[in-house]
Design a protein around this ligand. Structure first.
Ligand code: AMP
Length: 281
């Protein structure tokens, strides 16, 4: 089993020992309920640094009042087993350890924090950045490993690092998928078998829009076709399907050329799912 630290003191002692050995430190923040997507991040972390810290913390400040904070899966024992032999230290703090003076928001995501995921989940990105900044201050890693699955989060964490943590190198990891194409997510466990089949439509639609654009379809028309595909699915509510500029995370202009990101969010049953796909325009 990896070493488990639950307090700030235990964390800093373990990291001090690693630093004495001149180990580089790579950090993988998670909310637990680990799946193979998370484990890929840990594997990539190990390729960058001798000492890998994984945090497991379901962060209350990134959940809205009507969201699934209490329902979010908490599976620490199973997570520790999965991390056996691949992580060096697991940091699983209490809410009080992370927020000793109450759950004040210290980081603000700005305008990008209010669009797409931020529009559906007001305050989500301020809470996410607040906990990421706090964890960065505690762990002081050389590398921070994040998944491309959460594209808007990755965009905002990149800005946070550029602005406030210049000594940390961000390492993005491509989205890990089930054989069906469904992006792995801790929330997939809330889909029943039928909904799991339906949820494949997100990845299928991303690929279809990509094909349409490669075949010369106007991106705006291709997006409209993609939206119709998802809206035609039972038990599914499309929230957005959009093409965004990688530099600004805002919808691409009609004359955009080069790379763009196709992003999607939909609710299947009662589970909110997101996915994305790189597109060349
Ligand atoms: P979470 O526990 O959902 O907060 O995710 C922790 C980290 O794992 C984040 O950097 C996510 O982007 C990343 N992650 C979650 N699912 C996947 C996936 N399917 N592929 C790659 N990274 C992922």
């Amino acid at each position: 089993m990896p070493e488990l630290a639950t307090t700030e003191l235990a964390l800093s002692e373990a990291i001090a020992v690693a630093r004495q050995k001149h180990s580089k430190v790579a950090f993988v923040p998670t909310m637990g309920a680990l799946h193979d997507g998370h484990l890929k991040l840990v594997e990539v972390a190990k390729n960058h640094a001798e000492f890998v810290v994984v945090s497991i913390f379901v962060n209350p400040t990134q959940f809205g009042e009507n969201e699934d904070f209490t329902r979010y899966p908490r599976t620490l024992d199973a997570d520790l087993e999965k991390l056996d032999g691949i992580a060096d230290l697991v940091f699983a703090p209490s809410v009080e350890t992370i927020y000793p003076n109450g759950q004040a928001i210290t980081q603000h995501a700005g305008p990008v924090g209010n669009t797409f995921e931020g529009e559906a989940r007001p305050g989500h990105f301020d809470g996410m950045l607040t906990v990421v900044a706090r964890l960065f201050e505690l762990v002081e890693p050389d590398f921070a490993v994040f998944g491309e699955k959460d594209a808007q989060q990755l965009f905002l964490v990149n800005k946070l690092i550029e602005g406030k943590f210049p000594n940390i190198q961000l390492v993005p990891v491509e989205t890990q998928r089930e054989p069906s194409g469904l992006a792995m997510s801790s929330r997939n466990r809330f889909l029943n078998a039928e909904q799991t089949d339906i949820a494949e439509i997100l990845a299928i639609t991303l690929a279809s829009v990509d094909h349409l654009i490669r075949d010369g379809k106007n991106p705006i028309d291709a997006l409209e076709i993609g939206r119709e595909i998802i809206q035609g699915e039972p038990e599914t509510k499309l929230e957005y399907l959009e093409l965004v500029d990688l530099d600004t995370f805002t919808p691409v202009k009609s004359n955009h050329s080069g790379d763009a990101l196709l992003i999607v969010a939909a609710i299947v049953g009662s589970v909110r799912l997101i996915d994305n796909h790189h597109i060349k325009l």
